[in-house]
Design a protein around this ligand. Structure first.
Ligand SMILES: [Zn+2]
Length: 356
């Protein structure tokens, strides 16, 4: 397990100093995961904010409390966004308007956020319907899922019309020290993490979390996608950061033990892949495969969420040649192309899950 240095967990609207010029704050989320961590970086002539919380009045009010107490008469000069998920970019538009400060984000995340922020263009949802049917979801649940909208716009303030691009190796010099961008993928298209060698700090966003694993899912938008390959192939770069770096994640607590955590992520997915190989010795559809990787009982929305994860893992196995997929009456059935070793023989070494 990673270890957690003894910082005071900030209440909403409060900040906790991590080191000189680096502050941690939290905003509430109305979900099982009830908070997001945000960071503020103080420059000589202003502040950078890293991620923003959900849109809406509650978070906006907490931001005002932070501004009233923290800024030392300096403006916000930049808003850095790790990735496009609503808890990260929800207030980006409001903050961008309030401060006329640019957002810094990767190109993939920027255009993803812009497209989800836009109104529906009138295209039908037949591809969603097919996605669910191919996964083995029953017709009543499909109808229900098709009635629901994504809700993205409800959680995100109007997204800015321009941005500053961050990409692998980009640097931002803040208060005399350099933050270097490392891009991960899989959880989202082009997720920005930031490493500061001088301060020995690493802002990991959702790419690496200490107590939960980031969601890696295939959705109906790209049903043949292989995001698990993207995730696993961008993970090893984090072994190049110092083992004693303090990681500042977007959820849970700041932690030490980055390398162990990266290894855990590799093992975690290797284990899921292994269980799916065992479960698919006889052909099963995605819904039937779920118990192999989710032990708890899943309700409606959790079921859809879990399906995305399950399909991400089977798509990875298909690309590796370990599973074959057959379409029968509109539903995909997955069958392993080789025997899966028994549990006690499971080789959990990372090379098992290196991309093919
Ligand atoms: Zn996320």
């Amino acid at each position: 397990m990673p270890s957690f240095p003894d910082f005071k967990v900030p209440e909403a609207g409060q900040t906790t100093q991590i080191t000189e010029g680096v502050y941690w704050l939290r905003m509430p989320l109305p979900f099982d995961l009830n908070h997001i961590n945000l960071y503020m970086l103080e420059d000589t002539d202003g502040w950078y904010i890293v991620d923003t919380g959900l849109g809406g009045k509650t978070t906006q009010k907490h931001w005002q409390t932070v501004f009233d107490s923290t800024l030392n008469d300096k403006p916000v000069k930049g808003i850095i966004l790790t990735h496009m998920h609503p808890d990260h970019i929800g207030q980006a538009g409001n903050l961008n308007e309030k401060w006329r400060a640019p957002i810094y984000i990767s190109r993939g995340e920027y255009f993803g956020a812009r497209s989800l922020s836009g109104p529906s263009n009138g295209a039908s949802r037949w591809s969603d319907e097919v996605y669910y049917r191919q996964a083995g979801v029953d017709e009543a649940s499909i109808s229900k899922a098709l009635e629901a909208e994504s809700g993205f716009g409800d959680f995100v303030s109007p997204f800015p019309r321009s941005y500053r691009r961050l990409k692998q190796g980009s640097t931002l010099t803040i208060n005399g020290s350099e933050w270097r961008v490392l891009v991960g993928s899989g959880h989202s298209p082009e997720h920005v993490c930031l490493f500061n060698e001088t301060l020995n700090l690493f802002i990991s966003g959702d790419q690496i979390l200490p107590q939960i694993t980031p969601n890696i899912s295939v959705y109906s938008t790209e049903p043949e996608g292989n995001p698990l390959d993207d995730y696993l192939s961008t993970l090893p770069q984090f072994f190049d950061l110092p083992e004693d770096v303090l990681t500042l994640p977007a959820h849970n607590l700041p932690f030490l033990g980055l390398h162990k955590r990266v290894k855990y992520m590799q093992d975690h997915h290797a284990e899921k892949l292994h269980r799916l190989m065992q479960a698919s010795q006889t052909a099963k559809n995605a819904v039937e495969l779920l118990p192999a990787i989710f032990k708890r009982k899943l309700n409606g929305s959790q079921l859809m969420f879990a399906l995305g994860e399950c399909i991400a893992h089977v798509n990875y196995l298909i690309a590796a040649g370990d599973i074959e997929r057959t379409l029968k009456e509109g539903c995909y059935y997955y069958q392993a192309t080789r025997e899966a070793p028994a549990d006690e023989d499971t080789d959990m070494e990372p090379q098992l899950i290196q991309p093919v």
